[in-house]
Write a protein that binds this ligand. Structure first.
Ligand code: GLU
Length: 307
C-alpha cells in the first residue's frame, strides 16, 4: 500500500513546517541538530521496509527510551511492583514538571512517561551495577530492533549528565518519598545513557513493529515481551506518549506513539506496521513538528487511526 515516492512526497510536504519549530537545546549536544532534517521508515510484518529522507542519520531515543525501559521493568518486576511506584494517569503537564508530585498521596509519579515516572522505572531495571543494568537494557533494545550494533552516544549522555539539574531534583524528591533508594548520581548516569541510546529510523520502525505485533518479532517468531506488557506500553503511548499533546494527537492521528526531544517518534499501528521518524524541529510541547505532520498525512491517507 505505501510507496516510496508517495512517502517522499509526504516528507517534502511535512518539511515545510520545520520553520515553525525549534531544536531542543536544554541538552546542549541536541542543539547541534539540523531542524530541516526529516526521515521516516515504515516496517511491515512481511519484512518490507519503505523509507524516505536521510535514513542513515541516527537519533538518540530520549523519551522514546521510557517505553522500552518500562517493558523491561514490567518483565523484571511484574505489574504489581511497578505500579506500586508509578501511576497510570496522564498529567496534562509538561514532561519535566515537578508540580503534581506533591498532590498524590502517598507520593508517586503519575505515570511512567513523565520524567519523574521514567526515573522511577529506570531505578527498577534489575542488575547488580549501573553497568550491568545498562547492558541489559541495551541488549533488550538490540533484540527488539534486530540490530546487535546499536549503542549509545557518549557525547549526548555526557551533555545531559552535566546539565540535568531538574531531573536530579526529581530524583531527590523520589528518594525522600521512598520511591527510589539508590545514589542519585548513579541513577542519573544510567538514565542519561538510556536516553542517549541511538539508532536509525529503520531500527525505530522495527521496534515499533514488535509493539504493533503484540510483543512478537514477526521475523524470528520470538515473543520478545509478553502480550500484556506490549498492551500496557501501547496504552501508555496513547494516553501519555506525546507529552501533554496526547489527547489532540489521539484525535487527529490516533496511532500509539512515543516521542522524544531529539525529534524521534516511534509509532506502532496494531497488526499493521511500525513507524520510525526523525525530525528535530520541535513544537512548544516537545514533539517533532514535522514528524507529527508526517504521521497526520499517513494516518489520513491510509486510515491508520485505531479509533
Ligand atoms: N533525556 C530527556 C530528559 O530527561 C528526555 C526528555 C524527552 O525526550 O522528553 O529531559
Amino acid at each position: 500500500m505505501y510507496t516510496k515516492s508517495e512517502l517522499e512526497q509526504f516528507v517534502k510536504q511535512a518539511k515545510q513546517y520545520a520553520r515553525y519549530g525549534k531544536v531542543a537545546d536544554y541538552i546542549p549536544a541536541l542543539g547541534k541538530a539540523n531542524p530541516n532534517d526529516l526521515s521516516i521508515a515504515i516496517y511491515m510484518p512481511d519484512g518490507n521496509v519503505i523509507d524516505a529522507g536521510d535514513t542513515t542519520h541516527k537519533v538518540t531515543l530520549q523519551s522514546i527510551s521510557k517505553i522500552i525501559a518500562l517493558a523491561l521493568v514490567l518483565m523484571d518486576r511484574g505489574e504489581q511492583e511497578v505500579f506500586r511506584k508509578v501511576g497510570m494517569e496522564p498529567t496534562g503537564d509538561p514532561f519535566n514538571s515537578i508540580a503534581k508530585l506533591e498532590e498524590v498521596q502517598p507520593a508517586k509519579p503519575l505515570n511512567p512517561m513523565i520524567n519523574a515516572g521514567a526515573l522511577a522505572v529506570t531505578h527498577m531495571i534489575a542488575g547488580a551495577s549501573v553497568t550491568e543494568r545498562f547492558e541489559r537494557l541495551l541488549q533488550f533494545v538490540r533484540k527488539l530492533a534486530g540490530n546487535p550494533t546499536i549503542t549509545y552516544s557518549e557525547e549526548v549522555a555526557q551533555s545531559e549528565f552535566e546539565t540535568a539539574f531538574l531531573n536530579r531534583s526529581l530524583c531527590y524528591f523520589l528518594k525522600q518519598h521512598g520511591i527510589i533508594n539508590e545514589d542519585v548520581e548513579e541513577l542519573m548516569d544510567l538514565y542519561t545513557k538510556q536516553c542517549a541510546i541511538e539508532m536509525t529510523c529503520d531500527d525505530l520502525a522495527r521496534i515499533g513493529l514488535v509493539f504493533a505485533m503484540d510483543g512478537r518479532d514477526p521475523f524470528t517468531g520470538e515473543q520478545i515481551m509478553p502480550l500484556d506488557v506490549a498492551r500496557i506500553c501501547k496504552t501508555f503511548m496513547v494516553t501519555c506518549g506525546m507529552y501533554n499533546a496526547s489527547g489532540e494527537f489521539a484525535i487527529k492521528i490516533g496511532i500509539p506513539a512515543k516521542s522524544g526531544v531529539s525529534g524521534g517518534i516511534l509509532a506502532a499501528v496494531p497488526g499493521r506496521c511500525g513507524i520510525g521518524i526523525f525530525g528535530p524541529a520541535l513544537d512548544e510541547k516537545g514533539n517533532s513538528i514535522t514528524g507529527m505532520k508526517l504521521l497526520e498525512l499517513l494516518s489520513k491517507t491510509y486510515s491508520l487511526s485505531i479509533f
